[in-house]
Design a protein around this ligand. Structure first.
Ligand SMILES: Cc1cc2nc3c(=O)[nH]c(=O)nc-3n(C[C@H](O)[C@H](O)[C@H](O)COP(=O)(O)O)c2cc1C
Length: 145
C-alpha cells in the first residue's frame, strides 16, 4: 500500500515527531504541508494529514492544500497535537475532506507541549515515548498489522 503523510509542524516540532513515528511503521512518504502540491497526492492509496493546533485550527497551510484539490476520493486519516487535544479541532478539516469525497478511516490526537516565553509550559515533555508508541499502534491498526 502506498501511503503519504502530510503534516504541518512549527512550534516545537511536536506534530513532526508523531508524523515520523507513524511513517516509520507504515513505511510512508512524509511531506511537509508547506512543500506539498495537490499533484503530490496522486498515486497514494492512503493519506495521513496532521497538524499542530494553532488558534483552534489546523494550520492554514494544510487547509490551503486541501482546498486546492478538486476531489480526493481516497482513504484519509487525521492527527493533531495540541495543548488540549480535542475532536472539535479535527471537525473542520474532516468536513472539508468529506466534501472532497474522502473516507475518514482514523483520527489520532496527542498532547503537545506548548511553550510560550514567560508562561509555564503545558504538557511538558509531550509527545513522550508513550505518546509515540500510541501513534505507532494507531498506525499499525490502519493497515491491519
Ligand atoms: C500560536 C499558537 C496557538 C495555539 N493554539 C492552541 C489552541 O487553540 N488549542 C490548543 O489546544 N493548543 C494550542 N496551541 C498549542 C499547540 O497546538 C501545541 O503546542 C502543538 O503541539 C504544536 O505543534 P507543533 O510543535 O507541531 O507545531 C497553540 C500553539 C501556538 C504556538
Amino acid at each position: 500500500m502506498n501511503i503519504l503523510i502530510i503534516y504541518k509542524s512549527y512550534h516545537r516540532m511536536n506534530t513532526e515527531k508523531v508524523a515520523k513515528a507513524m511513517a516509520e511503521v507504515l513505511n510512508a512518504t512524509l511531506k511537509k504541508a508547506e512543500d506539498a502540491r495537490p499533484e503530490d497526492l496522486a498515486g497514494f492509496d492512503l493519506i495521513g494529514i496532521g497538524s499542530g493546533i494553532y488558534g483552534g485550527k489546523y494550520h492554514r497551510h494544510v487547509f490551503k492544500l486541501i482546498e486546492k484539490i478538486p476531489r480526493l476520493e481516497k482513504d484519509v486519516f487525521l492527527f493533531h497535537t495540541a495543548g488540549g487535544p480535542d475532536e472539535k479541532y479535527d471537525r473542520p478539516m474532516k468536513e472539508l475532506l468529506i466534501a472532497k469525497g474522502a473516507r475518514i478511516v482514523g483520527e489520532f490526537r496527542c498532547p503537545g507541549q506548548a511553550g510560550f516565553l514567560g508562561f509555564i509550559a503545558t504538557n511538558k515533555g509531550h509527545p513522550d515515548e508513550q505518546d509515540l508508541e500510541q501513534a505507532r499502534a494507531f498506525a499499525r491498526g490502519l493497515t491491519g498489522g
